[in-house]
Write a new protein. Structure first.
Length: 254
């Protein structure tokens, strides 16, 4: 059994074949799919999918950093509203993204801090988005980290030193299709990290692993990520599935 710990299959990319996507995932032993929110515009589709497949799909609630702009306070109110209204399994996806635009750094940092406090309040793990912003994210976390705050650095593509810093915080490292990219160099880093510190994800519809790179990603492709990690550690894919599934269950409480 595998758990896709980060997938956006509720997006409009899957509007025409969503049931088939779920079935293919299930047929490839991906039996649980965790769905991070983006912003107020994505909540309806996300929750509709969860209500349709309640034993497979598990929702997170949060405000994505690239959706933080002038009206981000209203977006945070939406996050608070839904956390009070129904059960979620984590706060995400949250963080800081300085790849596209640096002009909202202060707002992104405030939104990140605010949602970290929500995570502590509701005793939920956080799913952290980091893009060209590791130092900024780590600075915030290191100021407030305690035993009541845990989570994962999603879509890890950093350095070996950064991986060690994440693990020392008590967080997991989320590995997706990037590890199958020949020029990413991520394989050499993940090779030296004990699988007990890893969870696996697709980030569908993005970051499709080889041999399907260039096509739409989906949760059924999680097996290629598990296989790559197994090869790097000279373990069976069954061992990696067991370890990463246990890690995901413990982190998200499913």
């Amino acid at each position: 059994m595998l758990i896709d710990t980060h997938s956006h299959i509720y997006s409009t990319d899957f509007i025409h074949d969503l049931d088939e996507v779920i079935q293919r995932a299930y047929s490839n032993d991906v039996r649980k799919i965790i769905l991070p929110n983006i912003d107020s515009s994505s909540v309806k589709n996300l929750l509709n999918l969860v209500d349709t497949y309640p034993h497979i799909c598990f929702p997170l609630m949060g405000l994505h950093p690239t959706s933080v702009n002038h009206d981000y306070q209203e977006e945070l109110q939406v996050v608070e509203y839904w956390l009070k209204k129904r059960k979620f399994y984590g706060i995400g996806e949250i963080g800081i993204d300085l790849y596209w635009d640096k002009s909202f750094l202060d707002e992104q940092t405030h939104a990140f801090r605010f949602q970290l406090e929500l995570a502590r309040q509701y005793q939920l793990p956080v799913v952290i988005h980091v893009r060209d912003s590791f130092d900024e994210v780590y600075h915030v976390l290191s100021e407030i980290i305690d035993d009541n705050l845990t989570g994962v650095f999603h879509s890890f593509s950093g350095t070996a030193e950064q991986a060690d810093m994440i693990i020392n915080l008590g967080f997991k490292i989320g590995v997706n299709g990037i590890i199958t990219f020949k020029k990413s160099g991520l394989d050499e880093i993940i090779k030296r990290i004990d699988p007990s510190n890893l969870i696996i994800e697709t980030d569908s519809p993005y970051l499709t692993p080889s041999p399907f790179r260039g096509k739409r990603n989906e949760s059924s492709y999680l097996v290629y990520i598990a296989q790559k990690i197994a090869d790097l550690h000279q373990m069976t894919v069954g061992d990696i599935a067991r370890i990463t599934t246990e890690n995901a269950r413990n982190l998200f409480g499913i």
